[in-house]
Ligand binder design. Structure first.
Ligand code: URA
Length: 204
């Protein structure tokens, strides 16, 4: 059996603590905490916004439609998801029950802020060489300031003291593009950013 990374047990303890998180009201409408997954010591960390409906039920990040889109983009970028730590800025699914459906709602600044305690520990224990924020919610949580994709995308930026980072689109934004050509272009942009992330890591 491969030896465990020294921080793996600590991260497992943090994940267990997060399971009981009631720091903001989002736990009330969610099935469970969805903590990050992937190897401690992963070179690359990907951070999304919050679990969606399917993630909330399964208890794993990025397993629904956005996850399938991400999986495809990772393959096309030549990145093995098993080597990547995948997580979210917010660990509970924010939703509004509407009949039999649960409508996704964007987390507010307070919810993102109080949830940072988990993301910060994931970053400091996994110690990735590069953190890629997918979407502006994750980018703002990591940078500690408002972020726009137009300004920050396609280059290396810092997420706090010495933490190398990049920003790309959220995979679900691609699913929302109404026309096929637009979706194709948006998808190509995600793959391009992931390839750039790989290049930045390899050059380090
Ligand atoms: N969207 C996210 O931001 N994260 C997930 O885990 C799933 C969908």
């Amino acid at each position: 059996m491969a030896p465990q990374h020294p921080s793996a047990a600590k991260l497992a303890r943090v994940a267990k603590e997060a399971k009981a998180c009631t720091r903001c009201p989002l736990y009330r409408n969610a099935t469970q905490t969805v903590f990050g997954e992937g190897p401690v010591g992963a070179a690359l960390m990907l951070v999304g916004e919050q679990p969606g409906d399917q993630e909330d039920i399964a208890g794993h990040p990025f397993v629904g439609p956005a996850g399938k889109m991400l999986d495809r983009a990772l393959v096309d970028a030549g990145i093995d998801r098993r080597q990547v730590y995948v997580t979210n800025a917010v660990k509970h699914f924010k939703n509004e029950p509407r009949g039999k459906k649960r409508l996704h709602k964007k987390p507010n600044r307070y919810e993102v802020e109080v949830c940072k305690v988990w993301l910060a520990q994931e970053v400091s224990l996994v110690k990735p060489g590069l953190v890629v924020a997918m979407g502006v919610t994750a980018a703002a949580a990591l940078a500690g300031r408002p972020m726009t994709l137009a300004r920050e995308r396609g280059k290396e930026i810092a997420f706090g003291e010495g933490r190398r980072g990049m920003v790309t689109v959220h995979p679900s934004s691609i699913l929302r593009v109404p026309d096929k050509a637009g979706r194709h272009k948006a998808y190509a942009g995600l793959v391009r950013d992931l390839k750039l992330a790989l290049k930045v890591l390899q050059a380090a």
